[in-house]
Design a protein around this ligand. Structure first.
Ligand code: AMP
Ligand code: GLY
Length: 420
């Protein structure tokens, strides 16, 4: 079959890598892709936020299956338009994508589904939001309702900080995403993520992961898109996974179906685990980045069969063959990230890294210039390895990191520390 993947990050490189291992894939196009993806698949320039353009492209290229990587095209209704045009598609409708695109929507679904999550208030009026914060006290969490590229969440340590965050959000710091603000109880605990595939009705767990959001070692410094990840997450025991499925994921999927917005695709449940009880922090309606890199490394070619089963509504008959394995991804970022960073520095040593079913350097923000790979983004590489133990996976990943010759880049040396 001819397959089209939408997106251009490390997540999409790992999806492409897994899909290509499956003999069902005859031709793979990734739009727009990146320099690493271009080495294994065709890349095409395409405005992936324009549903009409994506449908026309899929028809021109005789695409049989589309996998949508990031949230923005999902929130723009690309999956709806593809399905209307009869193109088999992995990814939720615009309505179902509200589970990521609107924090208030998600809270209302949790209320209706009786799913444990932080207590909250939703506000369109700054004065009401401020009063709520004054009554609740700090620490407290202030969130822009809409998509804000992972930046729309402020953990306020004091009431003054919370008031300032409310001011900023209603003042347009996150554009339209901040026209509504959700104020949440601060939850204590350890965070982990559970990934499930859904076909609208049936649900299949495809693993757990933990990421490192802070830029600095020991989980310090500013938040980033994620500096590394590992799977499985030991904090998500079988009991906790069962609780999260029964109390959070299943009731959510059922509520979405009841509202006529069946969820089809991958649901990424961010959990806060405290005293053996999981509560929902947030949903994403796509694979995480860099969580996809570790999940794809563990699933390999099965990933395509599973995504097809989700898209075709037959997840009840799908299963996963798990190895007793662990995967870990170390993100290499450009100096300065997550603040300002330079683009264009040359990355050497990539040829010295193995690329096989245990070791892969997935590209995120890369480009090519005169035959050389250059940095073209903040997060640039996802150095990913698999092993029988997390220790072994980490050892392999850092061995590759040490072969990469990129003086203008950096990484955290402690990815996986909580689990190791
Ligand atoms: P989000 O963009 O919703 O994933 O939020 C970013 C990060 O903020 C999460 O990964 C958590 O670490 C933190 N966070 C969000 N909401 C809460 C909450 N209610 N209590 C504690 N931490 C939170
Ligand atoms: N790594 C966090 C995310 O993809 O949202």
């Amino acid at each position: 079959m001819n397959i089209l993947i939408l997106g251009s990050g490390g997540r999409e490189h790992s999806l492409a890598w897994a899909v290509l291992q499956n003999p069902k894939c005859d031709r793979l196009i990734v739009a727009p892709g990146n320099a690493g993806i271009a080495a294994i698949a065709d890349c095409a320039a395409l405005d992936i936020l324009n549903p009409g353009a994506v449908v026309t492209f899929a028809e021109q290229e005789s695409i049989d299956f589309v996998i949508i990587g990031p949230e923005a095209p999902l929130a723009a209704g690309v999956a709806d338009r593809l399905r209307e045009a009869g193109v088999l598609t992995f990814g939720p409708s615009r309505g179902a994508a509200q589970l990521e695109a609107s924090k208030r929507f998600t809270k209302e679904i949790c209320d209706a589904a009786d799913a444990p999550t932080a207590a909250y208030g939703a506000f369109t009026d700054p004065a009401a939001a401020r009063d709520h914060v004054t009554r609740q006290g700090a620490p407290i969490v202030i969130k822009a309702d809409g998509l804000a590229a992972g930046k729309g969440v402020i953990i306020a340590e004091t009431v003054d900080q919370a008031h300032a965050a409310i001011e900023d959000m209603f003042g347009g710091a996150f554009g339209a995403a901040g026209a509504e603000v959700v104020v949440e109880e601060f939850m204590q605990g350890e965070e982990a993520s559970l990934f499930v595939l859904c076909d609208g009705v049936n649900i299949l767990s495809i693993g757990t992961a933990q990421d490192h959001k802070r830029v600095g070692e020991g989980d310090t410094g500013p938040n980033t898109g994620g500096m590394g990840a590992y799977s499985p997450a030991p904090v998500v025991t079988a009991e906790i996974e069962a609780l999260a499925m029964e109390r959070i994921v299943r009731p959510t999927i059922a509520e979405m179906a009841r509202r006529g917005m069946p969820f089809q695709g991958v649901l990424y449940a961010g959990l806060m685990i405290c005293n053996g009880q999981p509560r929902l922090v947030e949903y994403n309606v796509r694979f995480g980045d860099p969580e996809a890199q570790v999940l794809m490394m563990r699933l390999g070619a099965q990933a395509l069969d599973l995504m097809l089963a989700a898209a075709e509504g037959r997840l009840d008959k799908a299963g996963i063959t798990w190895g007793e394995d662990h995967a870990l991804c170390v993100v290499m970022a450009a100096d300065g990230y997550p603040d300002d960073y330079e683009k264009g520095s040359v990355i050497g040593g990539l040829d010295a890294c193995p690329s096989d079913s245990f070791n892969m350097v997935f590209h995120a923000g890369t480009a090519t210039r005169e035959g050389q790979i250059t940095a073209a983004g903040g997060r640039v590489l996802g150095v990913t390895a698999r092993g029988n133990t997390l220790q072994q996976a980490a050892g392999r990943a850092y061995e590759m990191v040490d072969r990469i010759d990129w003086p203008e880049g950096f990484c955290r040396r402690d990815i996986g520390w909580r689990a190791l």
